[in-house]
Design a protein around this ligand. Structure first.
Ligand code: SAM
Ligand code: DTB
Ligand code: SF4
Length: 359
């Protein structure tokens, strides 16, 4: 497994003539995966909106004016009902997202841990994406039976400064490092189509591919430009960019599950088929992502049938984790108040969107 990828090497792959790129990616894919199996994850927004961060792409940032309806943390029984629905629809993983900057020890986190226990007992893989977490919080999630933690790098370290000012790229790496100290697998990817250069896409892939071990899953999102966010006017990327990004990700991270994530409503079946050929082997299914639309589940199932794809069973890549009940926990909350950074520099388009929201 190669871990010392450079940006130039990755750019050379990304810019290959398309037929060569597709052939190399598909060949790599077949060496490590069954090309007819695609993992299906269902997203569930357990705490929507009102986020204090200033991520320029995100409709859940409180400071921008978007149409999404915010919610308090969902109840455990409601989460269980949604997980059962997802399972019946062929999904092997539930990914619970919270619009938090970071996790705080206390009742709400305890409730999330109970959600993790509940879904793991349904024999589904459980993933959480809750913002920045400490090593102790990662250990407690692991103990509850968490299978994966999603924490995206989102773009290159350089471009990160033009997207977010309320935290730094290093904070993301630190959280991923905390997850890596446990048995929980790492899910980390990013967004393309935020106005970044191709060099930034390669830069993000360098940061991911040089992690040792590499992330077990890498979601590739196309920006969903939501009205009211700083990125509302950015033109959508073309399918060719998505295909190149997927193929390059597959080549530099051969064993990873590469996930077609946000942006599938803009992609034709032919476009998605090309992505599966190029090495994508996971999707987010369900009529909604966190707050924005996703293709209809029945349409996705029809696409699977048409392409001869089968949903992946849970726990085929890694055994099911044990769930330790709350009263038997070895990792007590530490109530830490970590000093996650807050660079606080000015990002003109973020400031403009904030000013517009206030007006
Ligand atoms: N608050 C946590 C965090 O930022 O890590 C978890 C939830 S956050 C919504 C998870 C991911 O969703 C982000 O890292 C980003 O990759 C993706 N995302 C958010 N808004 C998006 C958009 N408009 N288009 C594409 N991806 C988006
Ligand atoms: C990821 O990479 N994409 C998902 C998941 N991880 C959490 C989220 C996509 C969100 C798209 C915008 C929305 O629906 O709010
Ligand atoms: Fe908050 Fe996450 Fe959205 Fe950033 S991406 S504003 S941290 S919910």
């Amino acid at each position: 497994m190669k871990h010392n990828w450079t940006r130039e090497e990755i750019l050379d792959i990304y810019n290959k003539p398309l037929m060569e790129l597709l052939y190399e990616a598909a060949t790599t894919h077949r060496l490590h995966h069954d090309p007819n199996t695609v993992q299906v994850s269902t997203l569930l927004s357990i705490k929507t909106g009102g986020c204090p961060e200033d991520c320029g792409y995100c409709p859940q940032a409180a400071r921008y004016h978007t149409d999404i309806k915010g919610n308090d943390l969902m109840g455990v029984q409601q989460v269980k009902a949604q997980a059962l629905r997802a399972k019946a629809a062929g999904s092997s993983r539930v990914c619970m997202g919270a619009a938090w900057r970071n996790v705080k020890d206390g009742e709400e986190f305890d409730q999330v841990l109970e959600m993790v226990r509940t879904i793991n007992k349904l024999d589904m893989e459980v993933c959480c994406t809750l913002g920045m977490i400490t090593e102790n919080q990662a250990q407690r999630l692991a103990e509850a039976g968490l299978y994966a933690y999603n924490h995206n790098l989102d773009t290159s370290e350089d471009y990160y400064k033009d997207v977010i000012s309320t935290r730094a790229f290093q904070d993301r790496l630190d959280t991923i490092g905390n997850v890596r100290k446990t048995n929980v697998t790492v899910c980390s990817g990013g967004i393309i189509g935020m106005g970044e250069k191709v060099e930034d896409r390669a830069g993000m892939l360098v940061a991911l591919a040089t992690l040792d071990p590499q992330p077990e899953s890498v979601p590739i999102n196309a920006l969903v430009a939501v009205e009211g966010t700083p990125m509302e006017d950015i033109e959508p990327i073309s399918i060719w960019e998505m295909v190149r990004m997927v193929a390059t990700t597959r080549i530099v991270m051969p064993q990873t599950q590469v996930r077609l994530s946000a942006g599938r409503t803009q992609m034709s079946r032919e476009g998605q088929a090309m992505c599966f050929f190029a090495g994508a082997n996971s999707i987010f299914a369900g009529d909604k992502l966190l707050t924005t639309p996703n293709p209809d589940v029945n349409e996705d199932m029809k696409m699977f049938e048409l392409l001869g794809l089968n949903p992946q069973a849970p726990f085929v890549k890694k055994a099911k984790p044990e769930t330790v009940e709350a009263q038997d926990s070895k990792h007590i909350p530490m109530g830490e108040k970590p000093k996650w950074s807050r660079p606080g520099h000015t990002i003109p388009r973020n400031e403009e969107a904030k000013a517009k929201a206030k007006a």
